[in-house]
Design a protein around this ligand. Structure first.
Ligand SMILES: *Cc1c(COP(=O)(O)O)cnc(C)c1O
Length: 437
C-alpha cells in the first residue's frame, strides 16, 4: 500500500493545496503532530494558526461532545441557539466600544471578509474600498477582490485601491517606512481617491501573509485619524494574529487604535470552521438574508469557539504568547549572528517572521533557500511554512499553549536546517513538487 501522501495525490484535488513538503499526519496532541510514518513533528505552523490551542485540546473535545449530545440544530439562519448567542455576547465584551454592536458568524476568514466588503458598500452607499498591497483577506471571489497578495489567482474589485504597507526592513527604518506610507495614502486621498467615496479601509494589524510586517509606531494611529476625518470605516482583520497571539487579546491594541469592525477567524474555532465579524449595529443590521450559508452559526462550532475563548482566559494564554514568544524571538535573534541568510527577525508574541536574504546589504530575497529551509526543518521534525510577497519569510504561528522548552527545541531545528541549507547539504531537486507560494 502506498503511503498516505501518495494515496492523497490519486484521490484529492490539488486546488486547495499549498504544500511545502510531503507531510501526512494521522494525529496530534498539544504542539505535536504524528506523521503517518510514526514521527513526532513539532508544529510551529498550527495549520496557519487555526489550531490555536494545539491539537486534541480537552476543552474543545468536551465542548464539541456536549454540543453534539443534545444538538440544538445545525444553523442559526432560521433559529436562535444558545452557543451562538453566548459566543456573540462574549465577543462583544472583547472588542472596543465602536465595534460593540452586533456579531455575524461565518465559517472562515474568507466568508467573513467577503461579507464585510459587500456590507460596508451597501450600508454606506460609498463604492470604494482601501486595502494594502500584499494583504491576504481570503480565497473566495469577494474576499480576494479586496486583497492584495500577489500569489492569488483572482481579480480585484473595481472600487479597490491598494496602498503600500509600511515595511521597516525594506525602507531602512520604521520612521522612513511610516512617513512614506502615510504620504502615499494622503496623496491618494487628495487626488485619485475622493475620501467621501470610500466605505472602508481593510487593515491587518500585522501583515502576516505579506511577510509578517509589523507596523511602525504611530502609523495606524495616523490611519485611524484619516479614517475618522473622512467617515471611512476602519476594518481590522484579526483572522491570523488576533485572539491573544501577539501578546494582547486584539492585535490592534499594540497600535492604540479602535477599529469600527473586527474580523475573527482561524484560531477562533481551534480547528473547527467558524469566523465572526463584530461591528456597529447600523452596519451589521443593514439587511436580513444578506449574507448566509446554511450551517453558519451551527452550535457545534460555536461551542468549540466558546471553549477556545474560555481556555485563553483561564489558562492565561495571552500572557503565555507574550512569554513564550519572547523566548522564541530571542532564540531566533541569536540565529542572526550565526547565519548570514537571516536578514531580519520580527513580529509580536507568537506571530513571528524571519526574513531570509541572499545578501544583507541589498536585502535580496533568498526564496529558494527559504523553501529548502522549511523542507529541511520538516525532515528534522519541525513543521514550519513561509510567507511574504517574495516568498522569503519563515512564519512562526505555533499554538498559544507553546512552552518555552518547545520554543527552544524548535529553534534548534531551524538552526540546523539553516546550516544544512547554507552548506549545500539539502538536495534542491526535492523542491520539484513543492512550489509553495
Ligand atoms: C487566512 C486569512 C484569511 C482567510 O481565512 P480563511 O480561513 O482561509 O478563509 C483572512 N485574513 C487573514 C489575515 C488571514 O490570515
Amino acid at each position: 500500500m502506498p503511503g498516505l501522501y501518495t494515496r492523497e495525490s490519486r484521490s484529492v484535488s490539488k486546488m486547495a493545496h499549498l504544500r511545502f513538503f510531503p507531510q501526512a499526519v494521522v494525529g496530534g496532541s498539544g504542539a505535536y503532530l504524528t506523521g503517518d510514518d510514526g514521527r513526532r513533528l513539532l508544529d510551529f505552523a498550527a495549520s496557519w494558526g487555526a489550531a490555536s490551542l494545539g491539537h486534541s485540546h480537552p476543552a474543545i473535545r468536551e465542548a464539541v461532545d456536549r454540543a453534539l449530545c443534545d444538538q440544538a440544530g445545525a444553523s442559526y439562519l432560521s433559529t436562535a441557539n444558545e452557543p451562538t448567542v453566548l459566543l456573540a455576547e462574549k465577543l462583544l465584551s472583547l472588542v472596543p466600544e465602536r465595534a460593540r454592536g452586533r456579531v455575524w458568524f461565518g465559517h472562515s476568514g474568507s466568508d467573513a471578509n467577503e461579507t464585510v466588503a459587500r456590507m460596508v458598500v451597501a450600508a454606506t452607499g460609498r463604492p470604494r474600498i482601501l486595502a494594502f498591497s500584499g494583504a491576504y483577506h481570503g480565497g473566495t471571489v469577494g474576499s480576494m477582490a479586496v486583497s492584495g497578495h500577489p500569489a492569488q489567482q483572482g481579480s480585484r474589485a473595481a472600487g479597490l485601491t491598494l496602498v503600500p504597507y509600511p515595511d521597516s526592513h525594506a525602507a531602512g527604518s520604521p520612521e522612513a517606512a511610516r512617513d512614506a506610507a502615510l504620504a502615499h495614502l494622503e496623496r491618494l486621498l487628495a487626488t485619485e481617491v475622493p475620501p467621501q467615496e470610500v466605505a472602508a479601509f481593510f487593515i491587518e494589524p500585522i501583515q502576516s501573509d505579506g511577510g509578517m510586517l509589523v507596523p511602525p509606531d504611530g502609523y495606524f494611529k495616523a490611519v485611524e485619524a484619516l479614517c475618522r476625518r473622512h467617515g471611512i470605516l476602519l476594518v481590522c482583520d484579526e483572522v491570523k494574529v488576533g485572539l491573544g497571539r501577539t501578546g494582547r487579546f486584539n492585535a490592534f491594541e499594540h497600535s492604540g487604535i479602535e477599529p469600527d469592525i473586527v474580523v475573527f477567524g482561524k484560531g477562533l474555532g481551534g480547528g473547527l470552521p467558524i469566523s465572526a465579524v463584530a461591528g456597529p449595529e447600523a452596519i451589521m443590521n443593514h439587511a436580513v438574508a444578506f449574507s448566509l450559508q446554511t450551517v453558519h452559526g451551527n452550535p457545534v462550532c460555536a461551542a468549540a469557539a466558546l471553549a477556545v475563548l474560555q481556555t485563553i482566559e483561564q489558562d492565561r494564554l495571552v500572557a503565555n504568547a507574550e512569554r513564550s514568544g519572547q523566548v522564541l524571538r530571542d532564540a531566533l535573534g541569536r540565529l542572526a549572528a550565526r547565519h548570514a541568510l537571516v536578514g531580519d527577525v520580527r513580529g509580536r508574541g507568537l506571530a513571528l517572521g524571519v526574513e531570509l536574504v541572499a545578501d544583507r546589504s541589498s536585502r535580496r530575497p533568498a526564496a529558494r533557500q527559504t523553501a529548502l529551509t522549511v523542507y529541511r526543518a520538516f525532515e528534522l521534525g519541525l513543521v514550519l511554512y513561509y510567507v511574504g510577497v517574495s516568498s522569503n519569510v519563515l512564519e512562526f504561528t505555533p499554538p498559544l499553549t507553546l512552552t518555552e522548552a518547545e520554543a527552544q527545541a524548535g529553534v534548534a531545528i531551524v538552526d540546523q536546517a539553516l546550516a544544512d541549507v547554507a552548506a549545500g547539504r539539502v538536495d534542491e531537486t526535492l523542491l520539484a513538487d513543492f512550489a509553495g507560494w
